[in-house]
Each structure stands twice: as structure tokens, then as C-alpha cells.
Design a binder for this molecule. Structure first.
Ligand SMILES: [Ca+2]
Length: 569
């Protein structure tokens, strides 16, 4: 437990300093007064940072061997959430992160790429962020914020669907779900020869530069040019670490040798570090790697070398993102803005097992567009490395499954909140959190109304604010209803420590994800009353949010692979 008095004193002290810097008069409060939390005189800045396909254990603070000192520093200086959940693929998560509404209300009931005939045309299945919901940018702009985004959008590319039309004043947006990190090279046949970029709503040539560098430069410029008398909201959406895994040479060099012992050894080492970090109870068991995977030492040396180089490129891209994020943080620090800025860092889904460049049907296209794709070049322009299934499972350690699936490895991701002026350092929070919680969290943090809206016919949130949890004042929000999840027939319901989960076409299972985050012990037959109660709750969730079910043979992984060959998820 935190010392409440110290915490209150820190808050008041920070507030006084903040007010003094701004030249306004701070209210005098006795140090023994622990409530209510002092109001904020001028709204703080906010930057939401989204990594793409970054696995739960891919940062140092969560056990990775990948060097992420800047992300770890944010975690050490703020609150690290270890039980935060999103959807299993990109755009449904991004819709929830930006709207606070369940993906079935926000237009991404299914990804636009994968809509079934039954879903097409149904409300909530527009395939882009619909106009029944507002974005966080629209809401913050209404209360005086300057808004800017840089990076991947993937929430609709029509003129009324671009970020400029969804509340962002300044934008540089990649419209597709991925692309080369070096240039506007296409990630897949269906995208066309070039990825598309828009600036402030207008199609533009992609500016030169490595993607993470480019997007951080854009974000810094947006902040530098913002009116210092008004707060800003930035949305920074990295391409890292979606395939193709690209990185500057210095990071590729830094990753050399990390993976020579193979996926079993790296997974075990991550789990051991998670134990040292005290992330989980000692009784927690790791989800085992697939028994069908060959033993590392049984594989030919040239196969191992190739596998190693693929994961090195992935690690290098993660390090490059971390480096660039550090550059942004340092800019905020040097310009005196860091203490007044709430930074949130999150991933949009679990690690991706698909390897489009290895698909027999697409190989010729990849060989033609990425002719340098061999182990000695992985990460450099002209290469197209993915990581594949085994390394994706390592990225999920100790969780089950990966991107696209409803296991914790698909849905549980890092969330870090950093706000030196307000949040005590070194906090860790294991309460359940969900993607729809981000908007109400930010609005509460900046002191904006949680309900006001004047240009939307559906302004309700499905999430709840995590702000008190970030402050350490409570473990997590009290939820009147369990949190439901559905995407492509894969489904889950979260109720306190319990998770009801089902892969499409399979039976429901029940896990205690507080004690068993690896989902190793199905409780469906031992906690029958809970099981039946949660199945009924899930059915109510489907009705409430307008879920249009997919057929039982709808196979998300097959579709993901096919889409990876044609376009990309
Ligand atoms: Ca993603």
C-alpha cells in the first residue's frame, strides 16, 4: 500500500510547483488533507503512444531480453499495468482506444477486411471508425486542446474517415495497416505498389526517413509549434513492430547474439526474469510452447541462423522504437513539458505469428518486391522479415496464443502511464483494464467532463476510468457489469479475476487469469455456477452491443494468413 499522506503531499507539492510555473495562485491545502484530489488549474498535455503487434513480454519491464531502457524508464517513473487488455487485432483495438466504445459500437465489430455477408451493412460493422462515436481528439479539442497525430491510422481512408476528419488538427498518417518502415513500399499484393500517406487530410508523398524517426520528428514538431498557452493531445502510432521488421544498422548490431539459444531457451529466460521482477505469483505456470515445434538443437544450422536473424530484426525494430520514444521524452523534458504531460504507452494486440513472405501463393510477389530478403540483410531496405509462430509465442510469454486469438497472448498487452507531476513513480497495478478505459481515463486525468458531447448521437463509453488506479488510490474501477469481447467469433468475458473464453466453433473455457494468466487450468467443470452465470452474461453482452455472429467454420487465422497474402491485418 502507498503511504496516502506522502502521496497527498507529493500531489499538492507538484501542483504548487505547476501553478507557480504558470504564474497562478495555488490554493493552500494542509498536508494532512488526503482528499479530494486537487483540481488541475490548466489542463495537462496528453500523448497516447501505440506500438503495433508488440507482445506482452517484449519490453524489459516485463521480462524481455530486448533493451528498451526508455520504455522501462517510463514504467519505473509511473504506473505499469500488468493486466490490461485490448482486442486481438489492430483496427478494433484502435477504435476502442480512441472512442472509449466497444468495437461493435464504434464500427469495427469486425475488421473491414474480413466482414461476412451477414455483417456487411449492419450498424457497428462499417469497417471504419463510425460517426456514432467521437474520438478522444474531438472531445479534447472541444475543451481547448490542440490535437496532432503521427503514424498508422487504419481506421478508414475515406475523406470523412481520415484522422483530420476525426478531431486531429495536424496529421501525418499511414492509411494502411502496415508498410515498409524505410519507405512507401507495399506490405502485400492487395495494397498496391505504394502505401498511402495523408497530411492534414490530403494525400501526400511519404516524407523520407525511418518510420519511427519520421513519426517522432512529426510529433516533436507538432508540440514545438503548438500554442504554449493551450494544452496539446498527441497520438503517436508506431509501425513497430508490425512486419516487415525493419531497423537501422546500429539496432541490428545491438540485437546480435540474443537468440542463438533458440525459442525454448529465450521463452524460459523471459519467464525466469518475470519471476525475478515479481510480476506474477510463484505458483503461476507459463503456457507451454507448442509441443509440435521442433527442438531447437534438432534443426539444421542454416535454419537456426535464419530463425535467429528474423528475431534479431524484430528485437532491433523494438529497440529503434524505444530509442525514438526516448528522444521524444527527452525533448519534453528539456523543453520543460514532461512534468505536465500524461504519457500512455500501449500495444494494440499480441504478437503476430503470420509470415506472409513465406506463403507459397505470395512468395513470388515478395521476392520481386523485397529482393534483398535473406538473413544477412534482415531489417535493411529491400528485406521483409517476419518472425513466425514460435517467436510470436515467445513474445507472449507466459501467456497463451498470440495476435488474432482470444487467449491472453492475443489480448493482454503492456500499458504504462507516466505523469511526473501527478503520478508516483514505481507503481505496478495488476487490476483488469480494457481498451475502452483509455478515453474516460484521459478525460478524468485532464478534468474534462466524461459525458459532454454536442455532435454525436451516441456519446456513451463502455469503459471506465483507470485514473484512480494510476494515482494508487484504488486497485481498479468497480465494474457493474463484466467486460465482454468478441472478434471474428473468438470471444471472452472478464469478470474480476475470471475469464470466460471461446475460440470460434469451440466450447467455452473458464480461467482465473489472476492466478493463472497462462490459462493452463480450465475451471469450467469445477466452478459450474460461475461458468453458467458468465455464459449468460456473455449472451447479454452480444445483445447489448449488437454482435452479428460469424459462421462456426469462420477461421480467423486462415483469413489473417490469406489477408496477409493479399493485404494485411
Ligand atoms: Ca496490430
Amino acid at each position: 500500500m502507498l503511504n496516502q499522506q506522502m502521496l497527498a503531499a507529493k500531489r499538492i507539492g507538484a501542483f504548487t510547483l505547476f501553478a507557480a510555473v504558470l504564474g497562478c495562485v495555488a490554493p493552500v491545502a494542509p498536508l494532512t488533507d488526503v482528499s479530494p484530489i486537487p483540481p488541475i488549474a490548466i489542463k495537462p498535455n496528453v500523448i497516447v503512444i501505440v506500438a503495433d503487434d508488440l507482445g506482452f513480454s517484449d519490453i524489459g519491464a516485463l521480462g524481455s531480453e530486448i533493451a528498451t531502457p526508455n520504455i522501462d524508464s517510463l514504467a519505473a517513473g509511473g504506473t505499469l499495468f500488468t493486466n490490461f487488455h485490448v482486442a486481438a487485432t489492430c483496427s478494433p483495438t484502435r477504435a476502442m482506444l480512441l472512442s472509449g466504445a466497444d468495437n461493435h459500437r464504434a464500427g469495427l465489430g469486425n475488421m473491414g477486411e474480413f466482414l461476412t455477408e451477414e455483417q456487411r451493412g449492419q450498424p457497428g460493422y462499417e469497417g471504419h471508425l463510425n460517426h456514432r462515436v467521437e474520438t478522444l481528439a474531438t472531445r479534447l479539442r472541444r475543451v481547448g486542446y490542440q490535437t496532432g497525430m503521427a503514424g498508422k491510422w487504419h481506421l478508414g481512408d475515406g475523406p470523412n474517415e481520415r484522422p483530420h476528419a476525426r478531431g486531429f488538427d495536424r496529421t501525418l498518417a499511414l492509411m494502411e495497416g502496415s508498410g515498409s518502415a524505410w519507405n512507401d513500399g507495399s506490405p502485400a499484393p492487395i495494397v498496391g505498389e505504394r502505401t498511402q500517406f495523408t497530411r492534414d487530410g490530403v494525400a501526400v508523398q511519404r516524407p523520407p526517413g525511418f518510420s519511427a524517426t519520421l513519426y517522432v520528428n512529426e510529433m516533436i514538431q507538432f508540440v514545438e509549434e503548438a500554442d504554449p498557452d493551450r494544452p496539446f493531445f498527441g497520438y503517436l502510432a508506431f509501425q513497430a513492430v508490425h512486419w516487415p521488421h525493419h531497423a537501422p544498422q546500429q539496432f541490428l548490431d545491438a540485437a546480435r547474439g540474443l537468440y542463438d539459444d533458440g525459442w525454448q531457451a529465450v521463452s524460459d529466460a523471459r519467464f525466469a526474469r518475470q519471476g525475478v521482477l515479481g510480476l506474477f505469483e510463484e505458483t503461476v505456470r507459463k503456457s507451454p510452447l507448442d509441443e509440435r515445434l521442433p527442438l531447437w538443437t534438432d534443426m539444421p544450422i542454416e535454419v537456426r541462423q535464419d530463425e535467429v536473424a528474423r528475431m534479431e530484426a524484430y528485437a532491433a525494430m523494438t529497440m529503434a522504437m524505444d530509442y525514438e520514444l526516448g528522444r521524444l521524452v527527452e525533448f519534453l523534458r528539456e523543453s520543460g513539458r514532461l512534468d505536465d504531460t500524461l504519457l500512455l504507452f500501449v500495444s494494440d494486440n499480441g504478437p503476430d505469428p503470420s509470415e506472409p513472405e513465406r506463403s507459397p501463393r505470395a512468395r513470388e510477389w515478395y521476392e520481386r518486391h523485397y529482393p534483398m530478403n535473406r538473413a544477412s540483410n534482415y531489417g535493411l531496405p529491400g528485406s521483409f522479415p517476419s518472425t513466425g509462430y514460435a517467436w510470436a509465442r515467445v513474445s507472449s510469454t507466459p501467456l497463451a496464443e498470440h495476435k488474432g486469438q482470444p487467449g491472453e497472448g492475443g489480448l493482454r498487452v503492456p500499458l504504462i502511464a507516466h505523469f511526473p507531476g501527478r503520478l508516483a513513480p514505481g507503481q505496478r497495478n495488476s487490476a483488469f483494464g480494457y481498451a475502452t478505459d483509455v478515453v474516460p481515463t484521459v478525460l478524468e486525468a485532464v478534468g474534462a467532463s466524461l459525458t459532454d458531447s454536442d455532435d454525436s448521437d451516441d456519446n456513451g463509453f463502455d469503459g471506465q476510468s483507470l485514473w484512480s488506479a494510476m494515482l494508487g488510490a484504488e486497485a481498479g474501477p468497480v465494474r457493474e457489469e463484466p467486460v465482454g469481447y468478441e472478434l471474428m467469433g473468438n470471444a471472452a468475458l472478464f469478470d474480476q479475476d475470471l475469464k470466460l473464453v471461446r475460440r470460434n466453433g469451440e466450447h467455452w473455457r473458464l480461467f482465473d487469469i489472476a492466478r493463472d494468466p497462462g490459462e493452463t487450468e480450465n475451471l469450467a467443470r469445477t466452478r459450474v455456477a460461475d461458468f453458467e452465470r458468465l455464459v449468460r452474461k456473455y449472451e447479454a453482452y452480444e445483445v447489448r452491443t449488437g454482435v452479428v455472429p460469424v459462421p462456426e467454420d469462420y477461421d480467423v487465422m486462415k483469413l489473417l494468413l490469406e489477408a496477409a497474402e493479399r493485404g494485411n491485418p
